[in-house]
Design a protein around this ligand. Structure first.
Ligand SMILES: [Zn+2]
Length: 593
């Protein structure tokens, strides 16, 4: 994985990527006007609203509003991180990034070696399962649990034979030194106590589940004991330069397509649960690797979907949801749902007994996390009494308190108080007492008093679009525009970067700029602003881009003067009217859907 790659190298990679061909892997693109159009890979549609700007290397969907550059495309469609996307594009462009590998981090050559060793192990264990001696127990276990031959092959399941050096011999036969196996977590070093030090296989007489990265390459293994006396029942690869359990999922490569199209991830806990879910057609399913969800996990999920469904059995639902590091999810942008299975059944049992449709039905009936948690609290407390109500309130409010975003937390507390019929003042007393630093919100102001024109909300996006499409105007805008007066949004953040680049002077290149935005939210804002500006320019014939830009700049300047307490000039109303008229016209002619 690349460390710090210089900007000019990134730009060299961006320039050599044929963006239309890249985006064309997910949809058929046809040229229409300046852009290419196709069916959006981010949402279901019958008429093309996905536009590709070949010149600047941007995409934007007028239907679902997804947008961004080559990096965000790979991040979102393939579930890669920024540096993985960069590495992928570099490989396609034939640019060698090995010299930029972090100094302390493993070099690219080393990572490649570790991947090779993991791949070798995967195929070695696979062969051992098929026909190796002693593998009958593993095969019997798989068929007893109901796994088909197709599943076993698709997931590349394997068997690590009994004995101390089966895989070691295989790897030595291919000239891999033992140290590579140790680094990859496949072998252990025997302490040298009087006799010669050496290595031995980590995995012995175990059923092997390869753990892959988002692109499907094996990076580690989960290994299940086949004898009851072998401890632990599940043994995982240790953390290696390739593998960190706090970042990895089991099944991500297989699930990401379905996660993206359904906008949902079903997160389970066991390898066999995930394989069975896929076998039964529930493909948006992954598992964490014996760890709670981390922020890295949440980010990966967030790139691919909007909803996460956790599956609990009815017995464990109460305790588990309270301790399951749910706080990470509660503080992400993901919507969290909980699906329940009958007491005592794990997903694999349930799927085998009831089938994929029944499992889907459970997923469909899943409840939002707080609703679910309230249900648990109600079943455990006697909410007919005031004490019981308060106790149930405390149970759930405890979870609401981990939400860091104040507005959301307040909403949950209000909702909860209402649901339980607890007086809001009591609810806030409790919350205040639990969290001293916290300010109890003032009563909500009457709506409508914000004093901000609704047209203002669109200003940053419209200005940004104008400047990106008409870079010759950047320096004038940099001189005149006080962006502080604009409402906060991603468009404003990008706009401010444009202005500061413009203020520095020097050559401006839109393609370069939009491909240097490595935050997917900002890249999406830029591509949205540009695509919408182009559509707007075609609809509004009355004013040239230059006139419109002047209109916007004048408008913001007058706002500034008004904010500074100056007398509002007489023609301020005219400008407002002008902007309003443009807006109206824009809305009238906006494409539907
Ligand atoms: Zn779309």
């Amino acid at each position: 994985m690349p460390g710090r790659v210089p900007e000019h190298v990134i730009q060299q990679i961006v320039r050599s990527v044929d963006f239309v061909r890249l985006a064309g892997r997910w949809c058929d693109l046809k040229k229409k006007g300046r852009n290419y159009w196709g069916l959006c890979p981010f949402h279901e549609e019958k008429t093309p609203s996905f536009s590709v700007d070949a010149e600047n290397g941007l995409y934007y969907c007028f239907g679902c509003k997804e947008g961004g550059n080559a990096f965000t495309l790979l991040q979102k469609l393939e579930g890669l991180t920024f540096s993985e996307a960069l590495a992928r594009l570099a490989a396609e462009a034939g640019v060698d990034l090995s010299q930029y590998a972090g100094e302390s981090g493993p070099s690219r050559g080393e990572m490649g070696r570790l991947r090779e060793v993991n791949e070798l192990a995967t195929s070695f264990y696979q062969k051992c399962l098929e026909k190796g001696r002693g593998s009958k127990g593993a095969r019997d276990y798989l068929s007893k649990r109901g796994f088909t031959g197709d599943s076993v092959r698709a997931w590349r399941l394997g068997y690590a034979p009994e004995g101390w050096d089966n895989f070691l011999k295989c790897a030595r036969g291919r000239s891999y030194e033992d140290q590579w196996l140790v680094r990859a977590g496949l072998a252990l070093e025997r302490p040298a106590e009087g006799r010669a030090a050496g290595c031995y296989d980590r995995f012995r007489n175990r059923l092997m589940f390869p753990i892959a990265d988002a692109t499907g390459r094996t990076i580690a293994f989960g290994a299940r004991a086949l004898k009851a006396e072998d401890e632990p029942k599940y043994l995982n690869s240790p953390e290696t330069p390739l593998f960190s359990k706090g970042r990895s999922f089991f099944g991500l490569a297989q699930a990401k397509e379905a996660m993206r199209s359904s906008k949902t991830a079903v997160v389970l806990e066991g390898y066999t649960d995930v394989i069975m879910a896929h076998q039964c057609g529930v493909q948006e399913t992954v598992a964490v690797l014996g760890t709670a969800l981390t922020e890295d996990h949440a980010r990966t999920l967030g790139r691919l979907c909007e909803r996460v469904v956790l599956v609990f059995d009815a017995d464990e639902a109460g305790q588990k949801s309270a301790v399951h590091s749910i706080d990470v999810l509660l503080n992400s942008d993901l919507q969290i749902y909980v699906a329940e299975l009958p007491a005592g059944q794990d997903p694999c049992d349930f799927l085998l007994a009831e089938g994929g449709e029944a499992f889907r039905k459970r997923l469909k009936e899943s409840r939002g996390f707080f609703e679910f948690r309230l249900g648990v609290a109600r079943s455990q407390r006697d909410t007919a009494t005031i004490e019981g109500k308060m106790a149930a309130f405390r149970d759930v409010a405890e979870m609401a308190l981990v939400v860091r975003e104040n507005a959301r937390r307040d909403m949950i507390v209000r909702w909860l108080a209402q649901e339980l019929g607890v007086r809001e003042s009591h609810a806030w007393d409790y919350v205040r007492q639990r969290d001293g630093r916290r300010q109890v919100p003032a009563p909500q102001r009457a709506a409508g008093g914000s004093g901000r024109l609704s047209a203002d909300q669109a200003l940053p996006g419209e200005l940004l679009g104008l400047l990106l499409c008409h870079p010759e105007a950047v320096s004038e805008a940099a001189e005149r525009l006080n962006s502080e007066l604009l409402p906060d949004c991603a468009e404003k953040q990008v706009l401010e970067r444009v202005l500061s680049a413009g203020a520095k002077g020097g050559p401006w290149e839109t393609r370069r700029f939009v491909n240097s935005l490595d935050d997917p939210v900002l890249a999406a804002a830029a591509s949205r602003a540009m695509a919408e500006e182009e559509a707007r320019a075609q609809r509004i014939k009355e004013a040239s881009a230059e006139q419109r830009l002047r209109g916007y700049l004048d408008y913001v300047e007058r706002k500034e003067m008004a904010a500074a307490g100056a007398t509002v000039p007489a023609d301020d109303e005219d400008l407002r009217e002008y902007v309003r008229r443009l807006k109206e016209q824009d809305e009238r002619s906006a494409p539907s859907g």
